[in-house]
Design a protein around this ligand. Structure first.
Ligand code: CO
Length: 465
């Protein structure tokens, strides 16, 4: 029998998140859902932080309703979501009661596989969501945030993978949100993890730097079981490699994928018209289809590069771009090499910007960076430079326990605060995750005199995952 490579299709989450900032409406998706369910995918990635946020903030849609619609039209293929561990869909830690409730409701409303990651790969931040997923009969996939640094060696990731198996992860994902995983390293990484664990291995990368297809082939050669691709309409560039191209290549190499390219063709035809619409509207910026090899040089996600550039442009400081780019690796080193994934990518980006603009390193420090240095996001991968630590927090104490252990239950307070508009537990959780956006969405729904309009869609949220 042919060796099977499973395909996870990302167009409804990462594909559209990477290329049109998650502005795709449920109505844009519905005509393709039946074919997507029948195309033979291992899983469909459909939900995550930015898609949830965009529903409430820009599209005036209930993200839970979208999920139930997906399940109704796609009952046969497992639906997958991306979860930022104890941060859920946001940027800070939630108490365990909120994490448990969110996970339980996600599975109840249609999610089958939860891909859980922590920006720092601090596995303590994943435990509550892994346990809650399994308790609700979901599949808990643990994603290791991939990055390069003297700390992040193949051995480092292989030991983490062994730990993931111990704490109950059902499968493992090597999550390369920045698109910096090179083919030979992917081969080494997958081979070594295969020696250390029995977990199925999925590889997730972005085509930003032009090497993603090669990386997938080498990962598959080393024994990777699943790869993430996006149907061609929203593939390439900042998104994943195209499903059609990968499937064709893999099958010619003698692998079986189970994907029906006829069906995928129909789906692509639909989404091509959706893509063209957003291109005309100016929401699809042509740059997202570009190849950006500087990603490999600076090890910085493409989204972060463009975000830094636009922040500098706003202040008329474009000429500082190179300087800021060179500051990013220095800040990372000072802070113990955090991977540049949301929310750490934004935090490191802002600090680098402040170091350059203020003309004095760490003269200005955002609260989030102070919290990070105090241990409130978890354990830094490497050592935080003691001198820098002193500059940032002085003699303030560091916490060593799991950060969420410091948090009291939060659900009762959220319930109370939104009682005027909430009709369900799902509404309460929407509010817990995105208080202002959810309050406005629910307010508009419940009260016809509620006069906060839906936000204009020209705002970009910088998310790297
Ligand atoms: Co991604």
């Amino acid at each position: 029998m042919k060796h099977k490579i499973h395909i996870t299709e990302t167009i409804l989450r990462d594909g559209q998140q990477s290329q049109i900032a998650t502005r795709m409406t449920t109505a844009d998706m519905i005509p393709a859902l039946k074919d997507m369910d029948q195309a033979g995918f291992h899983a469909l990635e459909v939900w995550g932080g930015a898609t949830f946020d965009a529903c409430l903030r820009f599209l005036n849609e209930d993200p839970w309703e979208r999920l139930r619609t997906f399940k109704k039209h796609m009952p046969n293929t497992p639906l997958q979501m991306l979860l930022r561990g104890q941060n859920l869909l946001g940027y800070k830690n939630y108490a365990d009661d909120v994490v448990k409730e969110f996970v339980t409701l996600s599975i109840k409303n249609g999610i089958d596989i939860i891909r859980i990651f922590d920006a720092l790969n601090d596995l303590r931040n994943l435990e509550t969501s892994i346990n809650a997923t399994k308790l609700a009969n979901g599949h808990a996939q643990v994603a290791l945030s991939y990055t390069t640094s003297p700390i992040h060696t193949v051995e480092y990731y292989a030991s983490l993978a062994a730990e993931v198996e111990k704490i109950g992860g059902d499968s493992l994902c090597i999550k390369d949100m920045a698109g910096v995983l090179t083919p030979q390293t992917a081969y080494n990484l997958v081979s070594r993890i295969k020696e250390k664990t029995h977990l199925p291995i999925e590889v997730h990368t972005h085509a930003t730097s032009g090497i993603a297809e090669m990386t997938y082939l080498k990962a598959v050669e080393a024994g990777a079981d699943i790869i993430d691709t996006a149907i061609s309409s929203f593939a390439g560039g900042t998104s994943q490699p195209a499903t059609e191209s990968m499937v064709t290549s893999l099958e010619e190499l003698g692998f079986e994928t189970g994907v029906d390219l006829q069906k995928v063709g129909n789906i692509a035809e639909h989404f091509n018209s959706v893509r063209d619409h957003y291109r005309r509207e100016g929401i699809l910026n042509p740059k997202v289809k570009d190849i950006e090899p500087r990603t490999l040089m600076y090890q910085v996600p493409g989204g972060m590069l463009s975000n830094l550039l636009s922040q500098l442009a706003e202040q008329g400081l474009e000429d500082k771009y190179e300087e800021v780019l060179q500051e990013v690796p220095k800040v990372r080193k000072d802070l113990g090499f955090p991977p540049l994934v949301t929310p750490l990518s934004q935090m490191v980006g802002t600090q680098s910007l402040m170091n350059v603009i203020s003309g004095e390193r760490y003269k200005l420090v955002p609260k989030e960076i102070k919290d990070y240095v105090k241990g409130l996001y978890g354990k830094a991968p490497g050592t935080i430079d003691p001198e820098i630590k002193k500059l940032i927090i002085g003699e303030e104490p560091i916490i060593h326990q799991r950060p969420a252990d410091l948090l009291e239950d939060q659900l009762p307070r959220f319930e109370e605060e939104i009682s005027q508009y909430a009709r369900s537990q799902e509404d309460i959780i929407s509010y817990a995750l995105f208080p202002q956006q959810a309050k406005d969405f629910l307010g508009r729904r419940e009260d016809k005199f509620y006069d906060v309009p839906v936000q204009e869609v020209n705002v970009t949220i910088d998310i790297n995952e």
